[in-house]
Design a binder for this molecule. Structure first.
Ligand code: C2E
Ligand code: MG
Ligand code: MG
Ligand code: MG
Length: 288
């Protein structure tokens, strides 16, 4: 019986496996084509200095304008791009596009904003990561201190000499480093002492539960105090309500982003929000 069941299960499973593999392969092929055909686009979400209410930065978030399926979000294709290695050319495109957009805004008279891009651990391990960033900054003319690289805790967990030298090379260039989704990885406080990170981005899962769970409030409070004591900026992600905003302000969180201020929007819309005064700008950066 067991044998027969096993065989049946196998027969049943096989076509499904194939379907999955075929689907993956077709997404991979499409991703490759999408890079060539420039189907990717960046949307931009403002980062607000909470105390002054001014816009001090922007996070670039990739979208795929798929010819048949419409706009696809990164969770649907970034993991596949990571698996098949396409994350490397994709990451280079993101870097160039974001830097050149930031420089275009400056040339249009918008006060300089920090532009944050998301980097995957795979990119970090890529050979010419640092050199490519240096070259892209030189080509686009963007000042290094206006570029912030967001990385997850996994990058910092690989306690290797090369991680250290890559991070130090970036910091020496003047680039800012932020830990994304802080608190959701294999949090080790050791790397906070070891690596030169500038900012902690408090994961939106904590922010979302803050007003209903005192545990989440305590975690957010603790992370903000960690930031204050280690002299690192704290940025709350996923602020959706006035209540969350008020609480984060009271807890002395430095900056925030979320639908409460603005969702990520196309570049043109972002510039319009700034120019219309809907998103107030500061004359000078509040950041250290
Ligand atoms: P992340 O860097 O933590 O980005 C925050 C995510 O939260 C974004 O989702 C953003 O659209 C969303 N968000 C912003 N405000 C709110 C809010 O108030 N409420 C809620 N519920 N969500 C909010 P998105 O754009 O789908 O990106 C998901 C993740 O994909 C990002 O998480 C980032 O890890 C990754 N990603 C995005 N762009 C890139 C990229 O260019 N390269 C790489 N390697 N990863 C990227
Ligand atoms: Mg991010
Ligand atoms: Mg995040
Ligand atoms: Mg995330």
């Amino acid at each position: 019986y067991a044998k027969e069941n096993g065989r049946n299960a196998y027969k049943f499973f096989e076509p499904e496996m194939n379907a999955r593999v075929v689907r993956r392969q077709s997404i991979e092929t499409e991703l490759r084509r999408a890079l060539e055909r420039q189907e990717f686009v960046l949307h931009y979400q403002p980062v607000i200095h909470l105390l002054s209410g001014k816009t001090v930065g922007v996070e670039a978030l990739i979208r795929w304008q798929h010819p048949e399926h419409g706009i696809l979000l990164p969770d649907e294709f970034v993991p596949i791009a990571e698996e098949c290695g396409l994350i490397l050319p994709m990451g280079r495109w993101v870097l160039r596009e974001a830097c050149s957009q930031a420089q275009t805004w400056i040339q249009a008279g918008i006060p300089p904003l920090t532009v944050a891009i998301n980097t995957s651990a795979f990119e970090f391990r890529g050979k010419n990561f640092v050199e490519n960033i240096r070259a892209t900054l030189a080509e686009t003319g963007l000042a290094p201190h206006l570029l912030e690289l967001e990385m997850t805790e996994t990058v910092l967990m690989s306690d290797s000499a090369s991680t250290n030298s890559v991070l130090n090379a970036l910091v020496d260039m003047g680039i800012k480093l932020a830990i994304d989704d802080f608190g959701t990885g294999y949090s080790s406080l050791t790397y906070l002492r070891q690596y030169p990170v500038d900012a902690l981005k408090i994961d939106q899962s904590f922010v979302r539960q803050m007003t209903s769970s005192t545990d989440s409030t305590s975690i957010v409070d603790a992370v903000i105090n960690l930031g204050i004591n280690l002299k690192k900026r704290t940025v709350a992600e996923g602020i959706e309500t006035a209540e969350q905003h008020a609480l984060l302000l009271a807890l002395h969180c430095d900056e925030g982003q979320g639908y409460y201020f603005s969702p990520p929007v196309p570049a043109g819309e972002f510039a319009a929000l700034l120019q219309s005064g809907i998103l107030p700008l500061s004359e000078h950066q509040h950041r250290s």
